[in-house]
Structures are given as C-alpha cells and as structure tokens.
Design a protein around this ligand. Structure first.
Ligand code: SF4
Length: 257
C-alpha cells in the first residue's frame, strides 16, 4: 500500500473510532419523555439556524476528540440513567455515530436528535436506536431563511421524515422550537397540516426557545410561556395531529389533550 493510501486508511479508521464532542450532561429528566438520561453533544453542524442555542458547536472544527470506547465507558459508569440522548450540533455528520449508538444500545435506550439532512444515515439510524427526534423547524418554504442551509435540503428533511415515519420499531418525535416573532402560529399550523396529511405516527413536540448561552442574533427575544406553547399545541390537535406535547425547562415534557 502506498504511504498516501495507508495514511487515508488510518484517517478513516480514526474517524470511525473517535467522536468530536462539545459537552456531556450527566443527568437530565427533560430530554426524553419519562426517562432519566445523559445528554451527549456532538460538534459540527451543516445548518446555521438563526435561533441556534448551541451555535458554538456549529463550526466543523469545534469540539474535542474523544475515543468512542472511552465515551461509552464514561457514560456507562452512571447508575442514575436508563437512557442516552445524542444531540448537537448535528450528530449524523459524525462517521462514528452508528458505532456509538450500537455500543450504547447494549445497555441503554438510545435517542438521537437530527435535522434530517442526510436521509441515508437517518435510514441506518432507524435500525440502531430506540428513538429519533427530527426537527421540522418552520414552514418548508421558509427553511432556507431560518436554517441558512441550501434550499434542496428541504427535500432531504422530507425524505428523512418518510423514512422514520415508516420505521415502526423506532419511537418518533417531530420537534419545533417556538421563537416569538420568528417561529410561531403560521409555522405550527403548516407543520401540523403536513403531519396530518402524512399519517404521522409519532409525537409532535413544541419546545421553548431560550435566549441565553450560545444564542447569537436574537438577544432581545423572550422565551415563549408555557401557556403560549399549550395554545399552539391545542391548535395542532385541532388540525388533526393525534399526539402533541410541549417541552419546557421547568416541567420537561407535558402531553396536551
Ligand atoms: S440544526 Fe441545530 S445545531 Fe444546527 S444550527 Fe440548527 S439549531 Fe443549531
């Protein structure tokens, strides 16, 4: 093997055994319904959402390299959790994600958050995790403005939706972050109509935007109240979505009827 090919092979091996992480929360009760989980933040994202609350994890060179086995062993020491939530950044960009999920699933209920931009990886994920939370961030015709990602990725998000919606062995959540003045009634209404038309089988979750930490551009926007989220959730139910929840920092998931 030439030295260039040997180096390439070595790099690929390394990518498959290392992850770039931006943080680890040891215990959360608000990230997966009815479960106590650890939350792993993977670094790097291919979107640049206006409201991103983890914007320091967007750059490709953000985060710290950690060996997969070391990360799994670190998480496994935690006796207080029954599950792991993998979020970001965008987890599906990391080559070692599938191996990480396979290892964690030997011991835990595993959930991955994704923006759905790479349907092929989302499809693989459906056989190695227990749960997927897919963002539908806004009305599809506003996607390029809100995510500042190429407009063709809307098609990829819809394809990912169809893949997960048909994968009946995986728990499925669609998630929209409500941002006052930016993402609200019109978006939730359009998304609800889309979900109803697609025979959506999962839970539609409306979560609070929090103006703190890594938020860059919406420094004066307030957090939507619990009552505002409940109002939007009831509208989604009226538009035919069967299971709707809100997610707030103070109470975690609450199912609305
Ligand atoms: S997809 Fe998530 S991590 Fe990426 S920019 Fe958007 S909000 Fe931030």
């Amino acid at each position: 093997m030439s030295s260039v090919r040997a180096l390439k092979a070595c790099l690929v091996r390394k990518m498959n055994y290392y992850l770039k992480i931006g943080g680890l929360i040891e215990l959360s009760t608000v990230d997966i319904p009815m479960r106590a989980c650890s939350v792993v933040f993977l670094a790097g994202c291919n979107f640049d959402c206006v409201y991103c609350q983890n914007s320091s994890l967007i750059p490709a060179d953000s985060g710290d390299l950690i060996e997969l086995t070391k990360l799994v062993s670190e998480i496994s020491k935690n006796m207080l959790i029954d599950s792991v939530s993998i979020t970001g950044g965008e987890p599906i960009l990391q080559p070692a994600l599938i191996s990480l999920c396979q290892e964690l699933k030997k011991k835990f209920y595993v959930s991955v958050d994704t923006n759905g931009s790479i349907p092929k990886i989302v499809e693989t994920l459906t056989s190695v995790v227990n749960r997927i939370a897919l963002d539908i961030k806004c009305e599809f015709n506003r996607y390029a403005d809100i995510t500042r990602a190429p407009s063709h990725l809307v098609g990829a998000v819809k394809e990912s939706f169809n893949i997960i919606n048909s994968a009946i062995t995986v728990d499925f959540e669609i998630r929209t972050t409500v941002v006052p003045g930016l993402i609200g009634e019109l978006d939730v209404s359009a998304i609800s109509r889309f979900l109803t038309a697609q025979n959506f089988r999962g839970i539609y979750v409306l979560q609070q935007f929090w103006n703190e930490g890594d938020v860059r551009e919406l420094k004066t926007v307030d957090t939507p109240t619990r009552n505002e989220l409940i109002k939007l959730a009831k509208m989604a139910i009226d538009l035919g979505v069967q299971e709707v929840a809100i997610r707030t920092r103070s109470r975690g998931y609450e199912f609305i009827s």
